[in-house]
Design a protein around this ligand. Sequence first.
Ligand code: FES
Ligand code: FES
Length: 156
Amino acid sequence: MKHVIELKVNGDSYQVAVDPWRTLNEVLREDLNLTGTKLGCGTGDCGACTVLLDGRTVSSCLTLAVEAAGKDIRTVEGLAPSGEELHPIQEAFIEEGAIQCGFCTAGMELSAKYLLDRNPAPTEREIRASMSGNLCRCTGYDKIVAAVDAAARKMK
Ligand code: FES
Ligand code: FES
């Protein structure tokens, strides 16, 4: 039997009828058409599906949609302050060449936001530790770390 739930995504409210076993990742991508959030491993190992739930990073592939009901969900589509400007984290990823295939990028950027919201001037070691749950199969880690460092300086 489906449950009718309210999902608050990037400040917008959606009423959706979902089967209790469907993941937040499935509902974001398939029901709400918010395909910026990617699905990689589906088992909580790669971080490609990372979203913010009440300000904390979660793997949307391991989070049931019903668990997210009523909570504040932020996806990469909500990262930029407007549809016309990029968020400083997104700008820095472009400027530092931190995007190759782009599959990990949304998750990386949300993990970076989680870090920079709590630690506005992280060391390289702190960036690497904080981003360690996000895997990049293109292996562009040095540029990703440089982008997070550059974003921190932009956001000062
Ligand atoms: S797709 Fe969720 S952690 Fe890999
Ligand atoms: S840019 Fe390709 S997986 Fe990271």
